[in-house]
Structures are given as structure tokens and as C-alpha cells.
Design a protein around this ligand. Structure first.
Ligand code: GLC
Length: 651
């Protein structure tokens, strides 16, 4: 393959030497297995070396480090179970497996959905009924005792939280899911570990090797210098970005809570540890790593220490590691960042298409709620139109709600482009969704008010934010109906955008805010638990009772998901563009597929609208067929009539 792959001379030299270095490990394997490893190593080595080299290349021990890393990868591959090696080949052959229109994600806390890991096995039929092909299992790896940020303070990445089971249970669940064609996704918290992780304990005990896994400063000099440009993620319950650790006599970098210690990725030992963990979990059967809080992985004085180029290099290197040793695995980046920063997580420029396979489309989610509150699609159209085309090898994670709050990531520039003030619009959205705005349909709560910036993020379940809670409380059938339409509207948008729709547990039934978290001392301070309720299986049973809210939401959503599965245009590879029709109430996305165009049209208001259909006719959609409702749509007089909260997928 040498002449095809074109490794640079320096990389080829490193590749040859690294391969030599794992000859012993590979010698024990059947010839075909050995060949596959070599071919994959060669195929992805340039990505690996470029990513690593950009970060660590100037270190005198760089070559030795690469050798160690490749030996680790060879060992992972050698111990990979046969069934997973087969899956590797399957996914090498079908690299678009996560981009297909049949992909449907479902996201849940294991404990809240099923009690524990093995309990998930009792609900596989439910997942299958929804057509789920991908589940994000939350709160699986062992977190610290006591407060743990909803499971995002990991005390042991190689073990499972005893409250939900054992590592063998995780294997059993991954196996059972795979048998049903469902991929499993587990969180890999990359920016920080818990203060009780063995690395942190060793650092606290004064071990210099492990102290270097963290950022620890003897006095306030450097922390103060960094703080000048650092924002605060949890200004309310964890102000500042550094925590004094008396046993160490040091200020430790803690972007999130004081018990979440940021890992020092400038130390290559940290990368080696993480690669080793990834391989172990991948060999247990995990298909997708949700790489948590990646934006924060690199620190640079004078910046906000987010989205630094080294983050993208590190993620490129990590992805190459999976491609080499455990190629069935995909990486999903959790970077909840501004529109301008997001595309880098798929790779731009020299990293194009090499960084993450999947990334959350935070902007789509924010614009969904912004459009619903303002009954205006112009900001959404402007913001989403400005995105450069994504690489054809990726998929957006498209979601309406998740376990986190909603931060109003609307830039002043984007707001100004439609004649709005960014600050005023963000304040309006916070007022609207916390229910303070008169006439608001939403019931949410302010999360982390930051007096310095005026930011007020929002917690609340999809249904409560969409008006269902207020409608039900008022016994107002019209309001209930509109709320259900909003829930379905938002989900149609997420399902029709051309990535993996990620349904958040309970939203398929219209589950409301849950205030029980106030009784739990570990959750009380964090109102994100408002929208992390236990699954209401009694409500789920009501999906079979026609006319109930649950049945209306569930079957409405099911119809959207079914339509998605029979619309090949929604394969994530299909080029897509947001169209500006000049109509303030209509959001329009066009996908150009060899089968013909798909025009997805959404009326963002509860008032009927009319759209000039000239452009549809120009596209050849003279007698369009709506994939969602399976009916032909009339464009008789060159106008398209839109019903309240209408959504149409016209082909
Ligand atoms: C991610 C998680 C969030 C957590 C944070 C810190 O954003 O989704 O729940 O608080 O990372 O780990």
C-alpha cells in the first residue's frame, strides 16, 4: 500500500519502527489477523502521527512514546474478542453505519430507566418498538461517592458503578444490544477525573509521576493569571476554576466542581492511560465513546481555555487509535460551544474529517427552542445557513433535550444579522423558558445565573418547556394540543436534519418536570435533575390507550421515526443546505440526493402560513409527496399552505 498511502518519510520511519516494536505481540496471532492490524496501522498512522506530533512532537522522547502507544494498540487488538473482530471488519466494510437514515438514538440514565444494567435487558422490546439502533447509557462507570455531577466525576474508568452492576453486566448488556442491532455508547470523561480517582489520590500523596497528571500550582500566581480570561461553568455552585487542596498545598485546576480535577493533557502519560482505558472498554463491547467536555482539554494563558487547536489534534490521535485497534468504535464529541467553534470537532483544514465521527449539534437544539419561543425562524435560518458543509464522513447528534441545561449560544453577530440584540434575545429566552415572560407556555427553571455576564441557562423537560405542563395544569385542551405539536415539531426537525436523532428518555411520552430531586441531598443544588426523572413505565403503558397524551406523543414520534427510516435522503452523507425563503415563520432545509431533492419545511408558529412555492417547482417538486404524512401536497396555485406547527418532508 506504500505508494497509495503516502506516509511522509518521517512518519513511515516511525511506523516501521513501531510495527517492529510490537512484532512479539502480533506473532501470536493468525496471519490474517496480523495482516489486518498492519494494514490498519498503516492506513491510520499518518492521522495518528500528525495529531500526536502537533502536541508532543517536540519532546525528545516522542519516538519512544509512539512506540509505547502502538504496543498498547497491538495488545488491545490481540486481546479483542473474536465477535468484535468480526464487527470490526463489518464496520470497515460499512463505514457509514452510524450515518444511515435508520439510525435512532435513545439516551438514558441506566438507574432511572431500568434500575440497573441487567434491568435494561427487560426493556429491549420497548427500544425496538421505537426503532432504536443506538443507546447512550449514562452513569455507568464508577463515579466518586457522594456528589458526582450526575456521574461525570469518574473514580474508576475500568469499573462499573456498583449501584448499577458489574463490568460483566455491562458486557452482557452490550452483547444483548448488539444482537438486536443496537450500538451502545458510554461516557468517557476526558477533561477531568474525580478527586477520589487513584491518580488524584497518588497526586495528593505527593507522587510526582501522578502530580503531573493534573495542573497544580503552589500559589495564586498562575491561577489568577488564567482566571483573568476564564469563564465559569458553574458560577453558582462551583465558582472559580481552581480548588485549594490542603494535603498537596496546591491549587488544582477544577473547571467544573472542586471534586472534578482537570487532567493535564500536555503530559503524554495521560493520553496513554486514556488510550488503554478506551481499548479495555471497547473490548468489553462498547461501540461509541461519548467524549465528555472535550472543549476544555487544553489550557492556554490569555484565552478562555476552550476549543484550543491541541484539543482537535488530541481527538484526531485518539480516533486514529480506535481505528487501528478497535475499528468498530466511533467517537462522539461533546463540545457545547459556539457555532464558529463547533465544526473543528469534525476537523477543518488539515484535520478535515479526522477528528470526531459524531458531534452534538448544540446550535440546532438552541435554535429550535429559540424559534419556538419567538415564533420566528429567521435567526435559525441565518445561524444554520452560515455553517460550512460538514465532512461527508460524519453525523451530527441531533437532539431536542438532553440531561444538561440549555445555554443560549446565540452570538451577538448572528442576532444582529436579523436585526436583533443578542443580549436582549438571550434574556428573552431565559425569561420565556423560566416562565417569567408573560404569556409564556414554558415551565422551566434558571440554571447557574451568572451576574457577571447576565447568563441564565435553563433546565426543564422537553414537554414542560414546550407547554404541556402548563396546559395540563390549566385543563386547557387547546394548549395541550399545541404543546404536543411543539414536541413533535422539534423532534421532526431533529429527525430530519440528517444526523443521528438522539431521543432523551421520557420525551417520547411527554414526561414533565420532576421536582423530587429537591429531597435528595446530593441533587438538591443542581436543578438539572428537574429533567432527569425516573422512567414512568405506567405512563409508558398508556401509549397503548388512544387519546392519552402519552399515546399522542409516542405515536406522533413513531410516525416521524418510521418516515425517517424510509427516506434515504436523510442519510448523513447527503449534502444539505438551509434555504432562506424570506418567510419569517418557515425554516427550510434542502437535501440533494441522487433520488431527487428533499425539501424539509417547518412552520414555527401556531398560526397557518402560506409560502410561495416557486422554488419547489423550480426544484422539480411540482407534485411533492410528504414523507411524514404519506400524502401528495397541493401546490395548485403556486402556494404551499402550512398548518400550525406544520412539518413537511417533501420529495
Ligand atoms: C458534560 C456533561 C455534564 C457535566 C459536564 C462535566 O457537559 O454532559 O452533565 O456536568 O460535562 O463533566
Amino acid at each position: 500500500m506504500q505508494n497509495v498511502l503516502n506516509l511522509t518519510a518521517a512518519s513511515r520511519e516511525r511506523f516501521e519502527r513501531a510495527l517492529e516494536g510490537c512484532a512479539d505481540t502480533l506473532a501470536a496471532l493468525p496471519v490474517r489477523d496480523r495482516d489486518l492490524f498492519e494494514l490498519r496501522l498503516e492506513r491510520w498512522f499518518q492521522h495518528l502521527d500528525d495529531g500526536l506530533g502537533a502536541v508532543y512532537g517536540r519532546r525528545p522522547d516522542y519516538d519512544a512514546f509512539v512506540d509505547r502507544l502502538v504496543r498498547t494498540l497491538a495488545e488491545q487488538y490481540a486481546s479483542r474478542p473474536e465477535a468484535l473482530k468480526r464487527l470490526d471488519v463489518e464496520r470497515d466494510l460499512t463505514p457509514d453505519w452510524f450515518q444511515r437514515e435508520r439510525m435512532v438514538g435513545y439516551v438514558f440514565y441506566v438507574e432511572r430507566f431500568a434500575g440497573d444494567l441487567l434491568g435494561v435487558l427487560d426493556h429491549l422490546d420497548y427500544l425496538e418498538e421505537l426503532g432504536v439502533t443506538y443507546v447512550h447509557l449514562m452513569y455507568v462507570l464508577r463515579p466518586r461517592e457522594g456528589e458526582n455531577d450526575g456521574g461525570y466525576a469518574i473514580a474508576d474508568y475500568r469499573d462499573v458503578d456498583p449501584r448499577v452492576g458489574t463490568i460483566d453486566d455491562l458486557v452482557a448488556v452490550c452483547d444483548a444490544l448488539r444482537e438486536r442491532g443496537i450500538a451502545s455508547c458510554v461516557d468517557l470523561v476526558l477533561n477531568h477525573c474525580a478527586d477520589s480517582h487513584a491518580w488524584a489520590r497518588a497526586a495528593r500523596d505527593g507522587d510526582p509521576h501522578y502530580r503531573d497528571y493534573f495542573y497544580a500550582f503552589p500559589d495564586r500566581g498562575e491561577p489568577d493569571a488564567f482566571e483573568r480570561t476564564l469563564p465559569e461553568v458553574f458560577p453558582d455552585f462551583a465558582p472559580g476554576n481552581f480548588t485549594w487542596v490542603p494535603e498537596m498545598g496546591r491549587w488544582v485546576w477544577t473547571t467544573f466542581h472542586g471534586y472534578q480535577w482537570d487532567l493535564n493533557w500536555s503530559n503524554p502519560e495521560v493520553l496513554l492511560e486514556v488510550v488503554d482505558i478506551m481499548g479495555e472498554l471497547a473490548n468489553r463491547g462498547v461501540d461509541v465513546f461519548r467524549m465528555d467536555a472535550v472543549a476544555f482539554m487544553w489550557k492556554r494563558l490569555g484565552t478562555d481555555c476552550q476549543n484550543q487547536p491541541e484539543v482537535h489534534d488530541l481527538l484526531q490521535a485518539l480516533r486514529a487509535c480506535s481505528k487501528i485497534a478497535t475499528p468498530a468504535v466511533a467517537h462522539k464529541a461533546e463540545a457545547i460551544v459556539s457555532p464558529g467553534d463547533l465544526m473543528h470537532y469534525f476537523g477543518t483544514g488539515r484535520r478535515y474529517g479526522k477528528v470526531a465521527n459524531i458531534a452534538y449539534h448544540n446550535s440546532l437544539m438552541v435554535q429550535t427552542w429559540s424559534a419556538l419561543a419567538s415564533r420566528d425562524a429567521r435567526l435559525m435560518t441565518h445561524t444554520l445557513r452560515a455553517y460550512p458543509p460538514a465532512p461527508p464522513s460524519i453525523a451530527w447528534g441531533c437532539y431536542v433535550r438532553c440531561h444538561d441545561d440549555i445555554g443560549w449560544a446565540v452570538t451577538d453577530e448572528d442576532a444582529a444579522a436579523v436585526g436583533w440584540s443578542g443580549g436582549a434575545h438571550r434574556a428573552f429566552l431565559s425569561d420565556f423558558y423560566s416562565g417569567q415572560y408573560s404569556g409564556s407556555f414554558a415551565r422551566g427553571a434558571v440554571f447557574q445565573y451568572n451576574p457577571a455576564t447576565g447568563d441564565r441557562r435553563i433546565s426543564g423537560s422537553c414537554a414542560s418547556l414546550a407547554g404541556l405542563e402548563a396546559g395540563l395544569d390549566a385543563g386547557d385542551e387547546v394548549a395541550v394540543g399545541l404543546a404536543i405539536e411543539r414536541i413533535l415539531w422539534a423532534h421532526a426537525l431533529a429527525c430530519g436534519f440528517g444526523g443521528i436523532p438522539l431521543l432523551y428518555m421520557g420525551d417520547e411520552l411527554g414526561m414533565l418536570n420532576d421536582h423530587h430531586y429537591l429531597n435528595d441531598p446530593d441533587h438538591r443544588a443542581d436543578n438539572r435533575w428537574l429533567h432527569r426523572p425516573p422512567m414512568d413505565w405506567t405512563a409508558a403503558d398508556r401509549r397503548h390507550l388512544p387519546g392519552t397524551v402519552e399515546a399522542r406523543v409516542f405515536h406522533g414520534l413513531l410516525a416521524i421515526l418510521r418516515a425517517r427510516g424510509r427516506t434515504p435522503h436523510l442519510h448523513a452523507q447527503t449534502p444539505a443546505e438551509v434555504l432562506d425563503t424570506g418567510h419569517a415563520k418557515a425554516f427550510v432545509q434542502l437535501r440533494r440526493h441522487p433520488l431527487g431533492p428533499l425539501a424539509a419545511i417547518y412552520n414555527v408558529s401556531e398560526v397557518p402560513q402560506e409560502l410561495d412555492a416557486g422554488w419547489l417547482i423550480d426544484l422539480g417538486l411540482r407534485q411533492p409527496f410528504d414523507q411524514l404524512e404519506q400524502r401528495f401536497v397541493d401546490l395548485g396555485d403556486g402556494r404551499l399552505a402550512l398548518r400550525p406547527y406544520d412539518r413537511l418532508w417533501l420529495v
